[in-house]
Design a binder for this molecule. Structure first.
Ligand SMILES: [Zn+2]
Ligand SMILES: [Zn+2]
Length: 346
């Protein structure tokens, strides 16, 4: 089968691999219909993910149809159309039982597929812990609407949850890329007063304003003066940083009101300094991390009921055989690209 494979830094290639088979009785094999490219795939390509194992198929966001299941798999069966979680998790360890599935202590727990074991930019994938890793897609939800559920919609949903957004809050999301927009969409579910979203890229602000007119788009320079004057508590009640750089980090805590929650969910490429002398008395709560992707069923039900729709983010579609061109376009952010879908099969 065709698979897009990581060989080393700046070296991804289309290769032919055998179709995966069941290795453990909790596995399933899924025939991928649509996969996507994520910024984390580019981090692997740039050599910024030391855990990534050369030789693996990349890709960790996809939908498909189950073709085989191990003897202990109960929740899905061959023929089911499913969304695949970015993380694999046992569901039984101390962390999993508390919903902290990103830190599942099983050797195949956490972000394994498309990093440490073969992932989803392929015609088929083997999914460990299929009962927790796969979620049946409701009939009225199509593949494009479900494609982002496993990774970036899960991230947005989780970010809104850990940010403890309450009704009437003013929320600031930093970064109007695909993940920031998913955070914004999930924040809207909490009935905030306003959701502000900022980016350095004007075209991303225009995209956001066009598709999600409820959002208030700001350039980074506008954030502090606008929030100081428009928010009743002189800053955002909740801030989510989905951009992950020195400037966004500073904006995140500066734009927050006193006693706010600031969630840093981006994959920062450099350490950040906490200027505690400047922050003293502001009494902020910082949350950090990578998604606990355990809410796919709730997210799919929100998509099914029409309350959550991120499909506008999928701006481009390529066949899997054109993965190198698709990556090139995505990495260069050409042609207004937000997310690229890869058609892996019928
Ligand atoms: Zn990702
Ligand atoms: Zn676990």
């Amino acid at each position: 089968m065709l698979s897009y494979t990581y060989f080393g830094k700046d070296d991804f290639r289309l290769t032919d691999k055998p179709v995966p088979v069941i290795l453990s009785d909790t596995d399933a094999v899924v025939k991928i219909t649509l996969g996507s490219i994520c910024t984390s795939d580019l981090h692997i390509m740039h050599g910024a993910v030391p855990r990534a194992v050369p030789g693996i198929t990349v890709g960790h966001e996809a939908v498909g149809v189950v073709t085989a299941t191990g003897g202990k798999v109960k929740k899905v069966k061959p023929g089911d159309r499913v969304s695949i979680n970015v993380e694999t998790f046992c569901g039984e360890c101390w962390f999993c039982r508390r919903g902290y599935v990103n830190n599942c202590t099983s050797p195949s727990g956490g972000w394994a597929m498309g990093c440490r074991i073969d992932g989803m930019q392929a015609e088929y994938v083997r999914v460990p812990f299929a009962d927790t890793g796969l979620t049946r897609i409701p009939e009225n939800v199509d593949d494009r609407q479900a494609l982002l559920v496993g990774d970036i919609l899960a991230t947005g949903y989780w970010a809104a949850k850990i940010s403890e957004i309450e009704k009437g809050d003013d929320v600031l999301v930093i970064g109007a890329g695909p993940t920031g927009i998913c955070c914004m969409l999930a924040a809207f579910l909490k009935e905030p007063r306003r959701v502000y979203i900022c980016d350095t890229d004007e075209s991303r602000l225009e995209f956001t304003a066009k598709h999600y007119p409820k959002a208030i788009t700001l350039t980074p320079e506008e954030v502090i003066p606008r929030l100081r004057s428009e928010c009743p508590r002189k800053g955002a009640d909740r801030v989510i940083d989905a951009a992950g750089n020195e400037k966004s980090f500073r904006t995140a805590w500066e734009a927050a009101r006193a006693n706010a929650v600031v969630s840093l969910i981006a994959m920062y490429e450099t350490p950040q300094v906490l200027p505690l002398t400047e922050m003293y008395g502001k009494n902020l709560t910082f949350k950090t991390g990578g998604v606990d992707g355990a809410d796919a069923a709730e997210i799919l039900s929100l998509v099914s009921s029409g309350r959550l729709d991120a499909s506008a983010l999928i701006t481009h579609t390529f066949p899997l055989s054109a993965a190198p061109e698709a990556y090139e376009l995505f990495a260069a952010r050409r042609d207004g690209v937000m997310k690229v879908a890869l058609k892996c099969g019928e």
